[in-house]
Design a protein around this ligand. Structure first.
Ligand code: 5GP
Ligand code: ZN
Length: 119
């Protein structure tokens, strides 16, 4: 059921502490940890503690948690010292857009030049 921990979900396992992660921030509703395969000097994933497969599903069910995630992204960018130069926040949604983990997560990327459009 959406919102409940999923036994086969990698990010639910990180929330539950069953899979290790380098956690940079945690709130009542979110956890942020470093991406295992970073695409920029700062590459942090911000996830909701509740399981929803993508950002739109999360927004429909728990709109305040999407706001929590975006607020955390701003705090992370400031803490990592990338806010002034500019950083990117991305919700890949669907396999065709590169989503590989179907537990909503926001990528926070910074610390290098970022092209637009991203390709
Ligand atoms: P997506 O491709 O779904 O938008 O993003 C999933 C991200 O999760 C990828 O950037 C990938 O490197 C990261 N990732 C996959 N497995 C792990 C893991 O076990 N630990 C961490 N920290 N990141 C992971
Ligand atoms: Zn999950």
């Amino acid at each position: 059921m959406a919102g409940e921990p999923q036994a086969d979900c990698l990010f639910c396992k990180i929330v539950e502490g069953k899979v290790p992660a380098t956690v940079v921030r945690e709130t009542e509703t979110t956890i942020a940890f470093r991406d295992i395969n970073p695409q920029a000097p700062t590459h942090v994933l911000v996830i909701p503690k509740v399981h929803h497969p993508d950002a739109a599903s999360l927004a429909a069910a728990e709109p305040t948690v999407i706001a929590d995630i975006l607020r955390e992204a701003g705090e992370i960018a400031a803490e990592e010292g990338v806010a002034d130069q500019g950083y990117r926040v991305v919700f890949n949604t669907g396999a065709g857009a590169g989503q590989t983990v179907f537990h909503a997560h926001l990528h926070v990327l910074g610390g290098r030049g970022l092209q637009w459009p991203p390709g």
